[in-house]
Ligand binder design. Structure first.
Ligand SMILES: NC(=O)c1ccc[n+]([C@@H]2O[C@H](COP(=O)([O-])OP(=O)(O)OC[C@H]3O[C@@H](n4cnc5c(N)ncnc54)[C@H](O)[C@@H]3O)[C@@H](O)[C@H]2O)c1
Length: 255
């Protein structure tokens, strides 16, 4: 049986580890040729090596999503290698502790930490979408998935910049879906709950018991759980799905 993404080409940011890497591996296993982008060259190269070892086709690209020049070169490198861009997963992101915001209430966030958070998690997604939408309009269609979060759906004390960035991603997603529906471009967001990656190690170490108590299925999600949703959203099976947010959170937001 043909893979869900047979014959498609894809670009994934933040694919050097975590959710991005798991998605790149699944996309390749489902038949896509994958451009694996990350600011960490080593991580991107490792993901590509894993894909190649499994018999897939991939290309490593080093790019910082906050730099417009990097983003433009990233998209053109993917298109030069594969001829077109059918799917894009804008997933690169950072958490509060990575910019010095952990444990800080809204008025206590350092300004540079707030700026960095928005630059990576929100403007980075917009910069990627800008370049991808240009290419997808030229070729007559495509599918974009942005990584928001359950933090894009409600407030979380001491995470104001992260929460604001992810609400922003939800807004960008909905707006672009409306604007580009006529161009055959679908735009959706995935909202992961608590997923076992390097990003959540610090948070789980600080308040893991409290978080776990709030997850109805009583376990964290795995990166592969998010990858499955993104793969389906990018596939033709989701042809009528656009402009929506998709939680994958073990019922965390169900109550
Ligand atoms: N892990 C979770 O529980 C969880 C929950 C909700 C949302 N998310 C979101 O999922 C996405 C992936 O998270 P993860 O858990 O895999 O994290 P991770 O830290 O394991 O991986 C993030 C990747 O993004 C890359 N990256 C960071 N800044 C970048 C930049 N400026 N340019 C290019 N690459 C950059 C990193 O190098 C890393 O490889 C993020 O957007 C995150 O906010 C994660």
């Amino acid at each position: 049986m043909a893979g869900m993404l047979e014959g498609k080409t894809a670009l994934i940011t933040g694919a050097g580890r975590g959710i991005g890497r798991a998605t790149a591996l699944l996309f390749a296993a489902e038949g896509a040729r994958v451009a694996v982008a990350d600011q960490m060259a080593e991580g991107a190269a490792e993901t590509v090596a894993l894909i190649n070892k499994a018999g897939g086709q991939a290309l490593a690209i080093t790019a910082d999503v906050t730099k417009p020049g990097d983003v433009a070169s990233m998209v053109s490198a993917a298109v030069s290698a594969f001829g077109r861009l059918d799917c894009a997963f804008n997933n690169a992101g950072i958490a509060g502790y990575q910019v010095g915001g952990a444990g800080k209430k809204t008025a206590d966030w350092p300004e540079d930490a707030f700026d960095r958070m928005i630059a990576v998690n929100l403007k980075g997604v917009w910069l990627c979408m800008r370049a991808e939408l240009e290419q997808m309009q030229k070729q007559g269609g495509g599918a974009i998935v942005n990584t928001a979060s359950i933090a894009g759906l409600f407030g979380i004390p001491t995470s104001s910049a992260y929460v604001a960035s992810k609400h922003g991603v939800v807004g960008l997603t909905r707006t672009a879906a409306l604007e580009y529906a006529e161009n055959g471009i679908r735009v959706n967001a995935v909202c992961p709950g608590f997923i076992e990656t390097d990003m959540t190690k610090d948070t789980m170490a600080r308040r893991g018991a409290q978080i776990m108590a709030g997850i109805p299925v009583k376990r964290m999600g795995m990166p592969q759980h998010i990858a499955e949703m993104v793969c389906w959203l990018c596939s033709d099976r989701a042809a009528y799905v656009t402009g929506s947010t998709h939680t994958v959170d073990g019922a965390y937001t169900a109550a």
